[in-house]
Design a protein around this ligand. Structure first.
Ligand SMILES: Nc1ncnc2c1ncn2[C@@H]1O[C@H](COP(=O)(O)OP(=O)(O)O)[C@@H](O)[C@H]1O
Ligand SMILES: [Mg+2]
Length: 126
């Protein structure tokens, strides 16, 4: 049993009467300690796949197992650092990936060291 198993995952999106197949028959097994990069051109489905692993999207076909248990909702055992609006531009990638407690301080608190200017964190962390 793999630590994380992506098993025959497929997903389609329907919009305006048009259905687009974004992922088909994606299979991947990841063991503890493995560091895996998913590389592909923009729009090929990388974020969609991560969102399925995170439990934010349901696969149309197949599924994801984490330690043998089916992923069907978000959980504290998985984390996603989103692109764009959710990034804290004053943090390095490593610090962005750190625990929420290091990233989210009380409303009105100053940004951590390395921050640019005097931005407050409160606007970013609900
Ligand atoms: N919620 C959605 N509804 C309709 N189409 C979507 C949705 N999410 C993603 N897509 C489409 O799925 C494709 C893959 O998107 P995405 O996973 O964001 O690609 P990547 O992360 O590889 O750039 C794109 O064509 C995108 O427009
Ligand atoms: Mg993406």
């Amino acid at each position: 049993m793999a630590y994380l198993q992506i098993d025959h995952v497929g997903i389609s999106f329907s919009r305006g009467g048009v259905t687009t197949e974004v992922l088909r028959d994606v299979n991947l097994r990841i063991e503890p300690g493995e560091y895996v990069s998913i590389i592909g051109h923009s729009g090929c489905g990388k974020s969609t796949l991560l969102n399925i692993v995170a439990g934010l999207l349901r696969a149309s076909l197949g599924g994801v197992l984490l330690e043998g248990r089916e992923v069907n909702a978000p959980g504290p055992d998985r984390a996603v650092v989103f692109q764009n609006h959710s990034l804290l531009p004053w943090l390095t990638c490593a610090r962005m990936s750190g625990s929420p407690s290091t990233r989210c301080s009380a409303p009105g608190s100053r940004a951590p060291s390395g921050a640019n200017g005097s931005s407050t964190i409160s606007a970013w962390c609900a």
